[in-house]
Structures are given as structure tokens and as C-alpha cells.
Design a protein around this ligand. Structure first.
Ligand code: FAD
Ligand code: NAP
Length: 554
């Protein structure tokens, strides 16, 4: 299938002046121009022939890959799966250079998609949606932007990203810091020159673990501030061979099928064997083989790693022993391997020479559990025990995940209830797609969907396809609005909760999956952990049965 024959742009012809802007009428407004928003535009505009527009805060498309330009930024999904699969020709035409390509290449890919499907005329850049209010009398969403524009639309679709609202900790004294500081998710486009600088890096999640080795190469000195020690597996990144590229071109269908059926939407399956039933020697040999292969596939070595603590311990011990082997300084090795949660119960990073970086003379490690940050002073970071003098601070402190970007928008639904009020105790919705009280609002990869537990492109495509089919159904049947009923949302929230509790993921109290990284955020396990394959089946069944659990009104 190809979507190349796009119609001419249907965007409002020109941007009205901010003051006194007139109301612009559209069928659908999509917020965000990353993987999600661009594909949603393509489907609504070219397949349903709707008048649709994307509004994007950044001054380019790409979402995550437009904003996260920090040193070392790469995907940890394998490149051939970190791609759209809606068009076989697109998969075959695009050639990834590496197993885990770096940010500039992924951004090039997303720009290629914008051009190939002529999406740009219907994407309004440099514009942030600030508010959206549902007007029941007209059954329209009234959407305001920071450019002073107002849109009236029947369907409002958020494609704002699960990991797009930067989490900058509120540390006293930051405003007085005499050097420069950056959050990795809002990295300057001109880059940052670390040459001759003393750099402090706060955070040892996927981002910090990618950035540290690259920063250490050019900085005079790097201090890594670690609050929670983390597992990481080697990526063993490398250029893709011609044989592998050929394999991908010839197996598009098979790769898609595997991604759609697996727990995490990755192109590999999880082994059927149990860690505990496997003799120790054989188990370690399998871990060693997975370590040598590298990447997230390590967690697929055994089927019970995320459901059985004793099984998980075997993987955890293997990785901790690797850390102690790699890191030569026994004090650093002890701090780095003192990991207090099960392997892969927080999202496991993959790395290129992360632990090896601590063998460099210019790299120090601060254990924030032993000596917490007290303040930032003009000179640097003061912990309980020392002042660390710094020229640059890098916050690799993650995101207000899953709900952050949504709640930054003043969204007001039926009866004047805001999303913030509706979600005061944590997100509540049906299938992660729609919220009771917010008719015709769809949330791509919303909380309650597999989202961040998945390789995201297949999950995004599944959401976009479901939303598109749903809107087509409404139009074909003369239905004006759709909204989930309360009971369906309550039942789904119980399923989300039960799915998390069936794994070790819900036990990690300092996980961002639970919102624990953002002070004051409700502690609710947000993504659906029951598996992508199962989730797809559920969504398909709901659509097949005439949207059971939703109220459809003419
Ligand atoms: C550094 C990093 C690496 C990652 N690597 C992987 C990986 O290897 N594999 C994987 O599966 N996932 C990965 N992810 C997750 C990644 O976010 C998704 O894979 C994917 O890019 C999400 O696409 P999206 O379009 O849903 O959201 P995003 O790419 O986050 O795009 C959302 C867009 O919405 C815009 N926006 C938000 N609010 C507003 C508003 N109010 N008004 C206007 N515009 C708004 C933002 O500016 C942004 O451009 C990674 C995330 C990060 C941060
Ligand atoms: N493709 C990739 O390889 C890749 C790269 C980057 C990001 N991602 C995606 O994005 C997600 C987020 O990754 P991330 O690394 O940006 O964020 P993260 O996983 O939330 O890690 C943030 C780090 O900052 C620390 N931190 C937060 N607030 C702090 C504070 N006030 N003081 C000290 N330390 C603090 C956290 O410690 P605690 O653990 O104690 O909270 C954690 O070590 C990943 O899990 C992944 O899904 C993927």
C-alpha cells in the first residue's frame, strides 16, 4: 500500500493575526508532530478525507527526536523495528545505517516521512496548544494556541508523547548557578561544548547512561550523581550488514507479525523456558550469550524474569557481577552495583561503555543515597558531604511521563470538569484511548495502554489505526460523539492494576511508571502491563462488537 497520492493541503490558508483571530473550523486537530501525530494526520487526511491539522510546539517535526539532541542519544529499539510499518514500500526504501541509530538519523527518517507523504502543509509549527474546551451545545472542541489562534473541531487527538514533558527537579539555588545548565530533553540545537569544562550529570536512567560516556570523552571532568543504581546491558551497536538489510526488505510481513504478537512490540520473542527450571551452569551460559549479543533481548532470555522474584534474582546477580568485573575501583563498583530493584522492573537501559567510563581518571561518581543533594550554589552542586565545583550541569532527570504533557494543557470536558480534576487521583480512562466526560477526545498512547512498555512505533500505529477506524465508523453511522462509560473505565483501571500486580513492575516504589519521580504526582501504575498482543486483541474485540463500553450518540 502507498499513501503517496496525498491531496493538496487542507490547512487554513494563513495564520490569522493573534489579536482578534477568527475561529477556524476543522474536522480534527492533532496535537504533536512526532511519530504519532504525523501518522494520525496521514490517516485522517488521506484515508478519511477529513480536514485535519497538526499543531506542534517545536519548530520542526520529529517529537522526541527533535528535542532530545543530547550527546549519545540513540534508540534502544533495533532500527528495523523503530520504524513505521504501515507502508511496505517505506520499510523497504529506508535504509538504517546502524543497529541503534543516533538521534540525527532518526530525525532524518521522520523528516523523510513528512516529505514523502506531503504532511508539512498541514503541520503548524512553533505553536503550542494551551487550552481545549468541549462545547456541548455545538459538540465541538474549542482549541486555543499560544499564537492566539482558536480552532473549532469535532475531534481532538492528543499525540503529545509519553516522554515529552521534561522533569527538572526543584533544587534550591539553581537560579544562582554561575555556570550553564541543560535538561537532556530540551537540548540546544547548536550543541554544548564540554571541552575543558567540569560537568555534573544528574541521573542514571537510559539518558544519563547514554550521555555519560560521550560527555566524559570531551569534558575536563565529569561527575555522575547517582540516586538509584541501575542495570544496563551492552548495546553492541554496529553498522548493519548488507545481508541484514536484505533480510528486512524480504521479511516485512514476518517482522510486523512478530512485533504485533509479542508482549513488548519488539521483533523478538520471549523464550518459553523458566530461569528457575534451568540448571545454573546452563542458565549462566544463556545469560552470557545474551550479554554478548547485547540489547534489550537480554530480558527475553527466560519467561519468568518479570513475574518471579527468584527467577529475576538470577539475572540481577549476573548483571551485578558483570558491573563488578568491569569497574576497577571497588568503591565505584559497589555503588554502581548496589541495585535495589528487580532487573527490568524499571525500564532497563542499554549502553555503549557506560560502566567502562568509570575507569577513566576524569570521571567521579557520587552516591546520592549516601550523600543527597542539599542545594545548587553559584559554584556547583552541594551534597551533604561536599561541594562539587562545576561549569555545566546536565539534568538527565527524565520526564513527567505519560500524563505530564496532557495535563500541561487546560483540557475542560463535559460539565466543566477539567482533565486535571478528573485525574486528581491518577489517570482513569478506557483502553488508554478515551476518558469519560471528554467526548471525541482521543489520547494516542495514553496512560492505560501498553505505551512505554512497548517498542513504540507499532503501538502508535495500532492506536492511530484504531482511532481512524473508530472515526470512520462514527461518520458512516451518523454518530456525532463517542465517550466511554464510567463502568468500562473502572473495569479497565482494575485490569491495568491487576496486570501490573501480576509482574514485579508494580513493586518498584521509585519508578516513573508509578509517577514516583515527580513530587506530588499520584502513585498509580500507569502503563498497561498485560502485553501488546493481548491489548491489541482487546481493542479489536471492542471495535468488532460495536464499541462496547463506549456511549455513541447521534
Ligand atoms: C531519548 C529518548 C529515546 C527514546 N528511545 C526509544 C526507543 O528506542 N524505542 C521506543 O520505542 N521508544 C523510545 N522512546 C520513546 C519515544 O518517545 C517514542 O518512541 C516516540 O518517539 C513517541 O512519539 P510520539 O509522537 O508519541 O511523541 P513525541 O515524539 O514525544 O512527540 C510529541 C510532540 O508533541 C508536542 N507537544 C506536546 N505538547 C504540545 C502542545 N501542548 N502543543 C503543541 N505541541 C505539543 C511536542 O513538542 C512533541 O514534539 C524514547 C524517548 C526518549 C526521550
Ligand atoms: N532509546 C534509549 O536508549 C532511551 C534513551 C533515553 C530515554 N529513553 C526513554 O525515556 C525514558 C526516560 O529515561 P530518562 O533516563 O530520561 O529518565 P529516567 O529513567 O526517569 O531517569 C532519570 C534519572 O534521574 C534521576 N533523578 C530524577 N530526579 C532526581 C533528583 N531530584 N535528584 C537526583 N536524581 C534524580 C532518577 O533517579 P531515580 O531512579 O532515583 O528516580 C534517574 O536516575 C526511558 O526509560 C526510556 O523509556 C530511551
Amino acid at each position: 500500500m502507498t499513501d503517496r497520492a496525498a491531496p493538496a493541503s487542507n490547512a487554513p490558508a494563513s495564520r490569522p493575526e493573534a489579536a482578534g483571530a477568527s475561529l477556524q473550523h476543522l474536522d480534527a486537530l492533532i496535537i504533536g508532530a512526532g511519530f504519532s501525530g504525523m501518522y494520525q494526520l496521514l490517516r485522517l487526511r488521506d484515508h478519511l478525507r477529513l480536514k485535519a491539522l497538526v499543531v506542534e510546539a517545536g519548530d520542526g517535526v520529529g517529537g522526541t527526536w527533535y528535542w532530545n539532541r543530547y550527546p549519545g542519544a540513540r534508540c534502544d529499539s533495533e532500527s528495523h523495528s523503530y520504524s513505521y510499518y504501515f507502508d511496505d514500500d517505506l520499510v523497504r526504501e529506508w535504509e538504517w545505517s546502524e543497529r541503534y541509530p543516533a538521534q540525527p538519523e532518526i530525525l532524518r527518517y521522520l523528516n523523510h516521512v513528512a516529505d514523502r507523504y506531503r504532511l508539512r502543509p498541514d503541520i503548524r509549527l512553533n505553536t503550542r496548544v494551551t487550552a481545549a474546551r468541549y462545547d456541548a451545545s455545538s459538540n465541538r472542541w474549542l482549541v486555543d494556541t499560544d499564537a492566539g489562534e482558536r480552532f473549532s473541531v469535532q475531534f481532538l487527538i492528543t499525540a503529545v508523547g509519553c516522554l515529552s514533558a521534561a522533569n527538572i527537579p526543584d533544587i534550591p539555588g539553581l537560579a544562582d548557578f554561575a555556570g550553564r545548565w541543560y535538561h537532556t530533553g530540551e537540548w540546544p540545537h547548536e550543541g554544548v561544548d564540554f571541552t575543558g569544562r567540569r560537568v555534573g550529570l544528574i541521573g542514571t536512567g537510559s539518558t544519563g547512561i547514554q550521555a555519560a560516556p560521550v560527555i566524559a570523552e570531551s569534558a575536563a571532568h565529569l561527575t555522575v550523581f547517582q540516586r538509584t543504581a541501575n542495570y544496563s546491558m551492552p548495546a553492541h551497536n554496529a553498522p548493519l550488514s548488507e545481508e541484514f538489510k536484505q533480510y528486512v526488505r524480504e521479511h516485512v510481513d514476518e517482522i510486523r507479525k512478530v512485533m504485533h504478537a509479542t508482549t513488548n512490540g519488539h521483533p523478538f520473542t520471549i523464550a518459553e523456558r523458566s530461569a528457575l527450571d534451568t540448571p545454573a551452569e546452563q542458565r549462566d551460559a544463556l545469560y552470557e550469550a545474551a550479554w554478548q549479543k547485547g540489547g534489550l533481548q537480554f530480558r527475553g532470555t527466560f519467561k519468568d524474569l518479570l513475574t518471579d522474584q527468584a527467577a529475576n534474582d538470577t539475572a540481577a546477580e549476573f548483571i551485578k557481577a558483570k558491573i563488578r568485573q568491569i569497574v576497577k575501583d571497588p568503591v565505584k563498583a559497589a555503588v554502581l552495583s548496589d541495585i535495589d530493584h528487580p532487573f527490568a522492573a524499571k525500564r532497563p537501559p542499554i549502553d555503549t561503555d557506560y560502566f567502562e567510563t568509570f575507569n577513566r581518571d576524569n570521571v567521579a561518581l557520587v552516591d546520592l543515597r549516601a550523600s543527597p543533594i542539599v542545594a545548587i550554589t553559584p559554584q556547583g552542586i552541594r551534597t551533604k558531604d561536599a561541594l562539587h565545583r562545576l561549569d555545566i550541569i546536565v539534568f538527565a532527570t527524565g520526564f513527567d511521563a505519560l500524563t505530564g504533557a496532557l495535563l500541561k494543557i487546560e483540557i475542560e470536558g463535559r460539565d466543566g470538569i477539567t482533565l486535571r480534576q478528573a485525574w486528581r487521583a491518577g489517570p482513569r480512562n478506557y483502553l488508554g484511548l478515551q476518558v469519560p466526560g471528554f467526548p471525541n477526545l482521543f489520547t494516542i498512547t495514553g496512560p492505560g495502554s501498553p505505551s512505554v512498555l512497548c517498542n513504540l512505533p507499532p503501538q502508535i500505529e495500532q492506536h492511530v489505526d484504531w482511532i481512524t477506524a473508530c472515526i470512520r465508523h462514527l461518520r458512516e453511522h451518523g454518530i456525532a460523539r463517542i465517550e466511554p462509560v464510567d463502568e468500562a473505565a473502572d473495569t479497565w483501571q482494575r485490569e491495568v492494576d491487576a496486570a501490573a500486580k501480576a509482574t514485579l513492575l508494580a513493586d518498584v516504589k521509585h519508578s516513573w511508571y508509578l509517577g514516583a519521580n515527580v513530587p506530588g504526582k499520584p502513585r498509580v501504575f500507569m502503563p498497561y502491563a498485560g502485553g501488546f498482543g493481548r491489548y491489541r486483541d482487546k481493542c479489536e474485540e471492542v471495535a468488532r462488537t460495536g464499541y462496547a463500553g463506549f456511549r455513541l450518540e447521534r
